[in-house]
Each structure stands twice: as C-alpha cells, then as structure tokens.
Design a protein around this ligand. Sequence first.
Ligand SMILES: [Zn+2]
Length: 106
Amino acid sequence: MSVSAHDRLHTLRNALQDQFERYTHKLTTLTAHGTAPEHEGFDRQTAVALIDSTRQALADTTQALKRMTEGTYGRCEQCQLDIPVERLEILPHARFCVPCQQTQHR
Ligand SMILES: [Zn+2]
C-alpha cells in the first residue's frame, strides 16, 4: 500500500480527533446552559448524534491504520476481496466493499 494512503488516514484521524473534541466541548456547553442559542443551529440531540458518528469514524480509522500495519488494509472484512481504490479514496477507513456495506447495519 502506498505511503499516501497511510498519510491520508493519519490526517483523517487527526481531523476526526479535533472534530470529536469540538463536538464534546459543544455538548458540554449545551448541557451546562440547557439550550443552544438560536444561531448555533444545533441542539443537544444533534451534538450527541455527531459525537456518536465521529466516534465511530474515529474507531474505523484507527482500525484501518492497524490493518495497514498488518497488511490487510483495503480488503473487505466480509468477503475478503479488495475494496476498489476509488472507494478508499472517498472513504479511506472503509471496512467493507459497497455490496457488503449495504448488508451491514450500523
Ligand atoms: Zn465485500
């Protein structure tokens, strides 16, 4: 696997980490003040949902980096076939190929 894919995953993980901290901070603020100011555009429930999806993406990215070390990166966890490069470019932490992803419930 090329170095650029590895770099991309690292960058992604850092970005997700930042995002996660921002959302967590937001939630703390929202919880402390009870309600969100109108212009903020999102409430406590949205913050919780964002934290959840960011946490999931972060976990997937960490797993992807681990798989890269093990040499199994880019392989579908379900059918064991190579995930198309185009898909990995859009979603570097993809765990499944498209057909298998559609059978997953997350
Ligand atoms: Zn598959």
